[in-house]
Design a protein around this ligand. Structure first.
Ligand code: BES
Ligand code: ZN
Ligand code: ZN
Length: 491
């Protein structure tokens, strides 16, 4: 989708759109006759500008689509994203492929106009995402909206700073859609080496470097977790290490690690058949890391970012790891395997230990790690565990502004006893059905270097949705990339 900026004078399109607060007499940025017409027709159709409501008005060959934002005192950027998405849906219904969205005076909204505009852009790009690569469109399928013009009623607000913020929003939403594409891709078409190739293409001269560790290199490093988990597949495992270096002096170093199981069959501890198709999303953490670098390639940040995507296919082939095996992780600690379906933690353990050697100011790992997290928090809330309460609080707060929801679970010390093994330094799981997400978090903590602030994000629920959300179509959601981006922007 093309996003352009224009003013009321310069825009000549025929399909207009605007957002509107409940209780207002005119839509935002639409004044005079058009605005009154909107409310009059609205009254007839009982359009009161509640969230989810839209109305289509006609005047000669012109159209005006108005979408409700709900009450002024309930204003949020999430509502702006959702309302913009509804406008585009309405455009599709009437066959409009270009639309001009009225951008009001700053005084018309309570909070920043810049953020309002950024939210419309995000809502537009995220909601127009379709994973159509592998299907033939139906003949009556309306084409998506190709052009969104932001029509500023006050030319002064169409500033260079505004244009820059729009570009940032485009970069962010595009990165999220890039992540969604990777997660939605069929599992056999995205084996570890293929994803590594995609990761390698994210390198940007002078800013982003990439190193892919293949089998031999992983052996040399001693990354037993990645190697053993990947041993049951013909597709070899690998580790992508991306590094973003700022132009000027680096203020902080952040490590972001994402679980990249390109398909999780469970291995020899085979999963039940029902729903196994969703296990193509077991690389959503790694996809978020690659998406993060897709975004980093386009922005300037004063921090160093290391991204790790450990990639493996968890299959029960002849070389597969077995229950009873003992894995030696990167930091030398050994872990007893009880079920080969608890594979993700071994990839993360290698990377957390390796990442710790970089002495980061913050280390985050992102993983579709436990079904238990979906039981605890449902499919719209990600779990947070870690030793850094400030970052955890920040993720929860930032997440609310992004429509990505997080909640903390405790790293309850006494449960560490569940990880005691008689044959290795650690057992990798606890008792079946008992605090699975917390136990996984406690296991990971064993690989985090002394004194390193660390947060683990369990996205088993929200990384993928089986039904359309407000402005996200069924499939991969890109969670938690938008919140991670905002976190890095805030550092
Ligand atoms: N990839 C799964 C977790 C998962 C489950 C993600 C549902 C998305 C939706 C993970 O590798 C796994 O299988 N975990 C086991 C751990 C258990 C054996 C301790 C689980 O959650 O059952
Ligand atoms: Zn598994
Ligand atoms: Zn898994």
């Amino acid at each position: 989708m093309r996003i352009e900026l224009a003013t009321t004078k310069s825009w000549t399109g025929k399909v207009w759109a605007a957002l509107m607060f409940e209780g207002d007499s005119v839509p935002l940025g639409i004044s005079g006759n058009d605005g009154r017409a909107a409310t009059q027709t609205g009254a007839a159709e009982r359009f009161t500008a509640r969230p989810k409501q839209t109305i289509l008005l006609r005047r000669n060959d012109e159209r005006l689509i108005v979408a409700g934002l709900g009450k002024r005192n309930e204003y949020s950027l999430e509502r702006v994203r959702a309302a913009t998405a509804r406008i585009l849906k309405r455009c599709e219904e009437i066959g409009a492929t270009a639309v001009g969205l009225a951008i009001p005076e700053p005084s018309d909204i309570k909070e920043s106009l810049t953020e309002f505009v950024a939210a419309t852009v995000e809502g537009a790009i995220l909601s127009s995402y379709r994973f159509n690569k592998w299907r033939t469109p139906k003949p009556d399928e309306p084409p998506p909206v190709a052009n969104l013009t932001l029509v500023f009623v006050n030319p002064k607000t169409k500033s260079a700073a505004m244009a820059k913020r729009v570009n940032e929003a485009v970069a962010k939403a595009t990165a999220v859609n890039f992540t969604r594409d990777l997660v939605n891709e069929p599992p056999s078409l995205k084996p570890p080496e293929k994803l590594a190739e995609i990761g390698a293409r994210l390198a940007v001269r002078g800013r982003i470097t990439v190193k892919v560790h293949h089998r031999a290199s992983l052996e040399k490093l001693g990354m037993g977790g990645i190697l053993r988990v990947g041993a049951g597949s013909h597709q070899p495992p690998c580790l992508v290490h991306l590094t973003y270096t700022p132009k000027g002096r680096s203020k902080k170093t952040v490590v972001v690690i994402g679980k990249g199981i390109t398909f999780d069959s469970g291995g020899l501890s085979l999963k039940p058949g029902s729903g196994m198709e969703y296990m193509k999303d077991d690389m959503a953490g790694a996809a978020a890391v690659l998406g993060l670098f897709n975004w980093l390639a386009k922005v300037d940040l004063p921090i160093t970012v290391h991204g790790f995507a450990p990639l493996a296919e968890n299959l029960p082939g002849g070389g597969a790891q077995k229950p009873g095996d003992i894995i030696r992780q990167y930091n030398g600690k050994t872990a007893e395997v009880i079920t080969t379906d608890a594979e993700g933690r071994h990839l993360l353990a290698d990377c957390l230990a390796y990442g710790s050697t970089l002495k980061p100011d913050l280390m985050i790992d992102i993983a579709t790690l436990t079904g238990a997290c979906v039981v605890a928090l449902g499919d719209e809330v990600s779990g947070l565990l870690g030793n850094d309460p400030a970052t955890i609080a920040k993720l929860i707060e930032l997440g609310k502004t992004q429509g990505e929801y997080f909640w903390e679970l405790p790293l309850f010390e006494r449960y560490k006893q569940h990880l005691k093994s008689k044959v290795a330094d650690l057992k990798h799981t606890g008792k079946p059905g008992v605090a699975g997400t917390i136990i996984a978090g406690l296991f990971l903590q064993e690989f985090v270097g002394e004194g390193i602030p660390w947060v683990h994000i369990d996205i088993a629920g929200p990384s993928f949705t089986k039904e359309d959300w407000d402005y996200l179509a069924t499939g991969a959601t890109g969670v938690p990339l938008r919140t991670i981006i905002e976190l890095l922007r805030s550092l």
